[in-house]
Design a protein around this ligand. Structure first.
Ligand SMILES: Nc1ncnc2c1ncn2[C@@H]1O[C@H](COP(=O)(O)OP(=O)(O)OP(=O)(O)O)[C@@H](O)[C@H]1O
Ligand SMILES: [Mg+2]
Length: 375
């Protein structure tokens, strides 16, 4: 078991309201990533769950058992919450070798020494630090220390693992290796993980669900591909995806079963049934089209049908993919193609975009009003 429920959590530091009406359920076996820009409240949320901070209001349950009830001023101590924690800054014991640091928890549990050795060796192997086993933390780089801290947390195969930016000190290649190790580990052990990061790629690749924060408030909680394909508002759309989503201003008007949208991309037609939470009127209104760079199809010769013509502003090949900056009307668009594309600067090109893949946002409320659909 490993289910965590936060209800109505509010946290203030002095007058600074850092967590606002937080409702979040992390199901048993979930890999939940808390994602958002610096200072949005991710670490604070983790510390509140772990019992290192007391919220001013709200309740928290772990496996149905109340561990926080702010109204009754009840806060179970961290040791009574059955959680394992790795922090942004990792506190290793300086007087113990890597092996002893990692083995400590198991030794305390009085496991036979052969079992301790086997488990520690496996955890060090996973984190690619087996050769440092006899070194002291002061003899390791930041990234190596960070991996020791992760090994220490996973060695006891905990039911609940809280990780705060555990890969922040690693170089790009090692970070990808460690992501895949953590993902495997999660799948093999069925551990519930709460993982904090401000790296959206990390969130998309590892999580079963992402909770996106802005200014202490949750903007969306959903599986990674749902967050990517249907961001709940313009802030989420802009935050998720690299390269960034294209956001183009448009004017929308309903006409029977369809909605017509005019923009620098020409005239597009959408099905009314794909819109959500709308109070339709006859008025035209401001909308924002959200288009992922990989959804833009480029033709070099004039096809029989296309949405709009544009000009190549610059073409940026990067080996496995090419990014193409395009000018269409007064809008700049970024398109992405797999492989090396042969475009010339100022070349005229023809753009097509499947309207089903386009997101529409209400420009005033910033909310998603039309999801992308596959059929
Ligand atoms: N102990 C504290 N005392 C006062 N203010 C704090 C304290 N801890 C955090 N804060 C404030 O609370 C807000 C949220 O901080 P938090 O550490 O949760 O952000 P974060 O999302 O983890 O950011 P980062 O990505 O930079 O780690 C920030 O404005 C921060 O300055
Ligand atoms: Mg933090």
């Amino acid at each position: 078991m490993g289910r965590i429920e936060l209800r109505g959590i509010n946290k203030f530091f002095g007058k600074n309201h850092v967590l606002r009406d937080l409702d979040l359920t992390i199901d048993d076996g979930e890999f939940m990533t808390l994602l958002g820009p610096s200072g949005c409240g991710k670490t604070t949320t983790l510390r509140v769950v772990a019992g290192l901070e007391k919220p001013q209001s709200g309740t928290i349950r772990v496996d149905g058992k109340e561990v926080v009830n702010a109204a009754e001023y009840y806060f179970a101590p961290p040791s009574k919450r059955n959680l394992n924690l790795v922090f942004q800054s990792y506190a290793l014991w300086p007087h113990m070798t890597v092996f002893k640091n990692v083995a400590f928890g198991l030794t305390v549990k009085k496991l036979p020494s052969s079992e301790v050795k086997r488990r520690v060796a496996q955890a060090l192997e996973r984190m690619q630090i087996a050769s440092f086993s006899e070194r002291y933390p002061s003899e390791l780089s930041g990234g190596q220390q960070q991996r020791v801290a992760i090994a220490r947390a996973i060695v006891s195969e905990p039911k609940l693992l809280l990780l705060d930016e555990p890969l922040s000190n690693l170089d790009a290649k090692l970070r990808i290796d460690m992501r895949s190790e953590l993902k495997r580990l999660h799948q093999e052990l069925g551990t519930t993980v709460i993982y904090v990061t401000h790296d959206q790629v990390e969130a998309l690749t590892m999580s079963t669900k992402i909770a996106i924060f802005f200014d202490g408030r949750l903007a969306q909680v959903a599986p990674p591909m749902e967050v990517y394909n249907n961001p709940a508002d313009l802030r989420v759309a802009d935050f998720i995806g690299n390269p960034r989503i294209n956001l183009i201003p448009g004017r929308a008007k309903r006409d029977g079963d369809t909605v017509r949208v005019r923009s620098d991309l020409g005239a597009l037609t959408f099905q009314v049934k794909n819109f959500i939470d709308m109070n339709w009127t006859d008025e035209e209104f401001d909308c924002t089209l959200g288009i992922r760079p990989e959804q833009i199809a480029i033709a070099q010769t004039e096809p029989s049908a296309y949405l709009t013509a544009g000009k190549v502003y610059s073409s940026m090949p990067a080996g496995s993919e090419t990014l193409i900056q395009i000018q269409a009307g007064t809008s700049n668009l970024l398109a992405k193609e797999i492989g090396i594309s042969p475009y010339e600067t100022e070349q005229t090109i023809y753009l097509n975009i499947d309207p089903r893949k386009i997101n529409l946002f209400d420009t005033v409320s910033k909310k998603l009003i039309k999801k992308s659909v596959n059929k």
